[in-house]
Design a protein around this ligand. Structure first.
Ligand SMILES: O=C(O)C(=O)Cc1ccccc1
Length: 268
């Protein structure tokens, strides 16, 4: 099975993909390209970060899921422990994924207040820049160290509970109704007092717990949103089908897209 994830080699997404894929792993340097590569059947599976316990949602992933026809088939949760990697102490710039820079903000402000921060496509891309240039340090998994790059500091994330959720995406034909959790995207294309309350009522009435609710701009006009919703119930359940029917009635001017059901897997 061809699996695609965020590259180059050595990203956290790569580590999550290693835990769920059968070895045929390919790399792209944007989340949109990964999801698009699966939606267009170039790859069978994609592994993308969706949410971090410190920094919150990966908005690029949310927007790709809403934009493209795709299913979510698995969820992988993994602890994230960042290391500072450089050729020596004399670096002037820290290059990493924007999420990694944000997860280490307090550490960087306290220990390296004068360095420039540079957001790059992935942690492994930043590590590669550090390998080529002694004035640059990267933030990434300590396994990226080698004869050129040393680990200058370990566990530099601002909270030790740092964890990231990854989604495994597949073509819509592979959407599963089985599993204890479901992800949906809802675009009501409406704006009136109490709309959000009404959209959540179908779940509350059926005792279905919400584990995530995110609004993202629809891109249509300012103040117009789509909602990303995760719940602890499977699409196979009657109460979920009933809740979705209610949502569809409420979003008659827009759309409701159940992306699939799955169980959570924890990997280290
Ligand atoms: O850049 C990476 O390594 C990624 O996979 C994205 C990411 C960045 C920071 C924490 C978790 C995932």
């Amino acid at each position: 099975m061809k699996t695609v994830t965020l590259g180059p080699e050595g990203t956290y997404s790569h580590r999550a993909a290693d835990a769920v894929a059968d070895g045929d792993i390919h790399f792209r340097e944007s989340v949109y390209d990964i999801v698009d590569g699966v939606a267009s059947d170039e790859f069978d599976r994609g592994v993308v970060p969706i949410e971090n316990s410190i920094e919150g949602s990966v908005t690029e992933t949310l927007d790709a899921l809403a934009d493209l026809e795709i299913a979510v088939v698995r969820e992988v949760v993994t602890p994230i422990r960042h290391a500072l990697l450089a050729q020596n102490d004399d670096f002037e710039t820290v290059a990493s994924h924007s999420q990694a820079l944000a997860q280490c903000r307090e550490y960087l402000e306290e220990t390296h207040p004068d360095v420039d921060l540079e957001a790059v496509a992935s942690t492994a891309r930043g590590v590669e820049r550090a390998r080529e240039d002694a004035s640059i340090a990267g933030i990434g998994h300590p396994d990226n160290a080698d004869e050129t790059l040393s680990v200058l500091a370990e566990d530099i994330q601002d909270r030790n509970s740092n964890a990231t959720r990854f989604f495994v995406v597949a073509s819509p034909a592979e959407r599963s109704e089985a599993g204890g959790k479901t992800t949906l995207v809802v675009y009501p294309s409406e704006n009136y007092p109490g709309l959000l309350l009404e959209l959540l009522q179908p779940f509350a009435e059926r005792d279905i717990n919400l584990t995530r609710l995110e609004s993202r701009p629809s891109g249509e006009r300012l103040g117009d949103y789509m909602f990303h919703i995760d719940v602890t119930a499977g699409l196979y359940e009657d109460r979920m089908q009933d809740a979705i029917a209610d949502l569809e009635a409420l979003a008659a001017n827009g759309w409701v897209r159940p992306l699939g059901s799955y169980d959570v897997e924890h990997v280290v």
